[in-house]
Design a binder for this molecule. Structure first.
Ligand SMILES: Nc1ncnc2c1ncn2[C@@H]1O[C@H](COP(=O)(O)OP(=O)(O)OP(=O)(O)O)[C@@H](O)[C@H]1O
Ligand SMILES: [Mg+2]
Length: 240
């Protein structure tokens, strides 16, 4: 957490003066899925300041997606707490959780979850409907799609795209509402080197220019290296 005497300016840089809460904090989060003996998370403590960039690594099956789903308010911890911007999410209704996801959090799913009957542009614009953030969204979508080299695919359907192209659309969709926090589950998992670098460039530039906080689950060492902090999930807990 950013302590007393430190705060963020519009670009997410620290300046002195105020107390700013962690944008995301977990305390002793555990997770055991129903009908499973195994405890996947066994006490995760995590505190991420606004404007930070964090990579979470760890072997397949160790619980990275499980953790990201919990902090992204898509799933609930078995025990422990999650706070966003200093506010505990305990006891929130599904409506509150959905509204917060919509306003504050961009989420890139490991399996991109694009809607098959919609075009690239329409998929990217989906989150702008509940957020009522439609003004300027088409232009923003086109700009972001150009940055990941997909501006020539606006009218394509997901079935007409490669796996990597779908992944890039999913990243743009997560960014369209200009969230404060981006949670990305292997955003470059199915990308070649150049496309992967383009996603990395986009995320890092949004962090530098807009103060976007990044939490990126990845197996890619080159993407992890671009984050300010790298954590490893092992035996159900996070290690620096
Ligand atoms: N809904 C579920 N019900 C029961 N077990 C689950 C469920 N979802 C995940 N698991 C189990 O929890 C463990 C962690 O899964 P998770 O998807 O979080 O791993 P991961 O670290 O993201 O792996 P990968 O790097 O392969 O994506 C796995 O053993 C998985 O089988
Ligand atoms: Mg995963």
């Amino acid at each position: 957490m950013v302590g007393q005497g430190a705060a963020l300016d519009a670009c997410g840089r620290l300046r002195s003066g105020l107390i700013v809460p962690a944008i995301l904090e977990t305390t002793q989060v555990t997770k055991q899925y129903p009908q499973s003996e195994q405890q996947i998370l066994s006490g995760v403590d995590l505190s991420i300041d606004p404007g930070e960039t964090v990579a979470i690594m760890g072997p397949s099956g160790c619980g990275k997606s499980t953790l990201l789903n919990i902090v992204g308010l898509l799933d609930q911890a078995t025990t422990g707490s999650v706070s966003l911007e200093g506010e505990s999410c305990a006891g929130w209704s599904e409506e509150q959780r959905a509204a917060t996801r919509c306003r504050k959090i961009g989420f890139v799913f490991q399996r991109h979850h694009l809607l098959p009957h919609l075009s690239v542009l329409e998929n990217v614009l989906i989150p702008t409907v509940p957020a009522r953030s439609g003004e300027g969204a088409r232009e923003r979508a086109q700009e972001l799609l150009a940055q990941v080299r997909l501006d020539h695919r606006l009218a394509y359907r997901p079935a007409q795209l490669s796996g990597g192209e779908c992944q890039r659309v999913a990243v743009v969709r997560a960014l369209i509402n200009q969230p404060a926090l981006l949670l990305a589950d292997e955003p470059t998992g199915s990308l070649d080197h150049d496309s992967s670098a383009a996603i990395g460039d986009l995320l890092v530039s949004l962090n530098r220019e807009m103060g976007l906080t990044l939490v990126v689950v990845t197996h890619a060492a080159d993407l992890a290296e671009r984050m300010g902090r790298v954590l490893t999930l092992r035996d159900g807990t996070l290690h620096a």
